[in-house]
Unconditional design. Sequence first.
Length: 262
Amino acid sequence: MGAQTVVADVADELARRVAAGEYVPGDLMPSVRQVAEEFEMNRATAQLVLGRLESYGFVDAHRGRGFTVRDVRRAGGVDVYRRLFRLSMPDPELAAEMFGNVVAAERAIVLEALLDYTDAARDADPTPLVALVDELESEARGVEPDHARMLELEVELVRTVLTELGHTMQRAVLNSVGELLFEVPEAVEAYFSVSADLHVLVWRALLAVWESESGPTDAQMSLFEDLFAMYHEKVRARFAELVGLASDSAIADSREMRSATA
């Protein structure tokens, strides 16, 4: 195992402890000497480990004092949250809570984008989206659909919509959310709590609206928003099931939804 791998692995273990609350925000981290002794490495390597942890945003360096634990949940940015989420997987309750927050953020961005694009569809050209939906359908109809590839395509669809709308900040956040999801297989799988074909049907329906001369009625848009909310609840339930946390009712609801759309 190379030195860089050792540094990364030990830094991840210390980051996991911060994420799990084993090290309290504001407290001193173990010293270079203590890290070197615990993980049986020389002090130079231990110093690199703590430097890596600082670059992660999990600790702050103080000359003459060492490193103090940051309140990563309160002060951390998207990159910190991304690492926190990946490291939270051994703790199902924490993982499910964080995934719920991810889903809420993603849902808000995507729903706003789709509604805004629907309002602007008479002036927008949906042609760039058609090829992506075609590829999504081709993947969905495969013997074993590649869910990671399908999610990539759906992220690209929303990214294209955001670009057309000029929503650059939302696009940047969506990119970060996508990177976060792709690092955790259970998160990718959860987005297919219903059949892959249903994802295609939704995008085909949206394309039909965008290509039509008359937009959807208020009642149709209200129904879409309700279905969108229900879908994301199923996504959260599926993730809870995958990490071993789901209640019997959540599991039953998720299975019922998948059976109805299979």
